[in-house]
Design a protein around this ligand. Structure first.
Ligand SMILES: *[C@@H]1O[C@H](CO)[C@@H](O)[C@H](O)[C@H]1NC(C)=O
Ligand SMILES: *[C@@H]1O[C@H](CO)[C@@H](O)[C@H](O)[C@H]1NC(C)=O
Ligand SMILES: *[C@@H]1O[C@H](CO)[C@@H](O)[C@H](O)[C@H]1NC(C)=O
Ligand SMILES: *[C@@H]1O[C@H](CO)[C@@H](O)[C@H](O)[C@H]1NC(C)=O
Length: 400
């Protein structure tokens, strides 16, 4: 039997192998086609939502004109704006200190930049909610116009009070939908106290961040805060952390100013130390420069953030900085006197307080170009200009 020759593969067997190969090939082709179709089906929605959005963080402190700067972004028809979304973090975690809450604040701001509004779930009660649950929502023009609300047009200049009465029933889901429909997302925050905590956002490949650092003469901030100590008490306690308990009541105001001045100094110095590619993402803006030359400064601000200074917005800025237009305009003062108001501390603060504050804030003041007064006489001398030009280390915009 062993002699029996093993039969050579017959024609029939050969053709079976061919058929098998063809079947395998066809199956392979079908699978490839299937995956191609799948990925094709996904691509239109990816095109709907280009990830080329630009993100603007207005980094400031209380009473520094940041509401006005926030409005400059909010009223621009290309910008989705939220004012102080991290208010919700401090509200929910008010036992924490600013340093401890930094990370939570940063993560919330990052999610807002990415239009992921589910992040607010952590800080709000469960259940369905309306967009009106957001802190200061009617100052956001985007939440007062389509797709969030049909009561106004996207390119209207929208007044906060008019929006509050017309758009307060819109569901919370509209916030994310509205956000996704804009090329720019801007956030104003007073709850960051150094630049280090923002490094991950500056280098995050899913973000294209611009930081606008808004500062104001600490003597004017001090005076402006004096009338509002009650309102800002909780925030002051969070800023001071453990220092709150160990400070005498009359010293807390100075301690807070110390923290504010120190944070402005740290942010400014850290920005100068950034590598050139990141330094061009930082812009310093002084409130006083804005009050002196609003159109020029707004133009600089828009250019830095890639926004066009539309003629209608130029008219609006002209109006609100001269006390016309919106009834309760953003400088919260008869605007011709915005400058006068920024000098009001000179005749309403006693020199001893001014001297103490200047001592606490001297490094920050020297760095940012605020000249100290050396006597009561200098303080009262209105022809003495206390704003000096900045040292030339200030980058002027998107550099090379
Ligand atoms: C910003 O200014 C530069 C230089 O003046 C100019 O080329 C650019 O078009 C401006 N960008 C916008 C958005 O206006
Ligand atoms: C600016 O003020 C003028 C005169 O009061 C007014 O007619 C105009 O509508 C205002 N424009 C804007 C954009 O606020
Ligand atoms: C500035 O304010 C002071 C004090 O309220 C007032 O006496 C002065 O006349 C004002 N000056 C201008 C130009 O409005
Ligand atoms: C006020 O300041 C100006 C500018 O430095 C100076 O020329 C003037 O002498 C000062 N006036 C008084 C009364 O000190």
């Amino acid at each position: 039997q062993t002699e029996l020759p093993t039969p050579a593969p017959t024609m029939l067997q050969k053709s079976k192998v061919k058929v098998l190969l063809v079947v395998v090939a066809v199956q392979f082709a079908v699978i490839v086609l299937f995956f191609q179709l799948q990925s094709h089906r996904q691509s239109p929605s990816a095109e709907e939502e280009p990830e080329a959005r630009l993100h603007v963080l207005v980094l400031s402190s209380w009473r520094s004109g940041s509401s006005f700067v926030g409005q400059l972004f909010s009223q621009h028809p290309d910008v989705f704006y939220l004012m102080e979304p991290a208010w919700h973090v401090w509200e929910a975690l008010s036992q924490g200190s600013a340093a401890v809450l930094h990370m939570a604040v940063r993560d919330l701001v990052r999610s807002v930049f990415l239009c992921d509004m589910d992040v607010f779930d952590a800080y709000m009660g469960p259940g369905s909610r309306k967009q009106s649950i957001l802190f200061q929502w009617p100052v956001s023009r985007a939440l007062c116009s389509p797709p969030a609300c049909g009561a106004f047009q996207r390119d209207d200049i929208i007044d906060e009070d008019a929006c509050r009465s017309s758009c307060n029933q819109e569901p919370f889901a509209e916030v994310a939908e509205a956000c996704r429909s804009y090329s720019h997302v801007a956030v104003k925050e007073v709850r960051f106290f150094n630049l280090r905590v923002l490094y991950p956002l500056l280098t995050d490949p899913s973000l294209d961040l611009r930081v606008v650092h808004l500062v104001r003469d600490p003597r004017a901030v001090f005076r402006s805060r004096e009338g509002t100590i009650g309102d800002l008490m909780r925030d002051t306690r969070i800023v001071l952390g453990q220092q709150w308990e160990s400070s005498k009541e009359q010293d807390r105001h100075y301690r807070l100013m110390e923290a504010v001045c120190q944070s402005h100094r740290e942010i400014f110095e850290a920005a100068q130390a950034l590598p050139a590619s990141l330094r061009s993402r930082y812009l310093l803006l002084r409130y006083e420069d804005l009050a002196r030359a609003p159109l020029a400064q707004v133009s600089r601000l828009y250019n830095f953030t890639g926004l066009h200074f539309l003629p209608r917005l130029q008219q609006w800025v002209h109006n609100v900085t001269r006390g016309r237009g919106l009834g309760q305009h953003p400088f919260h003062t008869n605007a011709r006197s915005a400058l006068n108001v920024s000098q009001a501390w000179r005749w309403s603060l006693p020199y001893e307080k001014v001297a103490r504050l200047q001592d606490i804030c001297k490094e920050a003041m020297a760095l940012l170009g605020y000249r100290p007064v050396l006597s009561e006489r200098e303080q009262g001398n209105r022809s003495l200009d206390l704003l000096t030009t900045m040292r030339p280390l200030q980058p002027s915009g998107p550099g090379p």
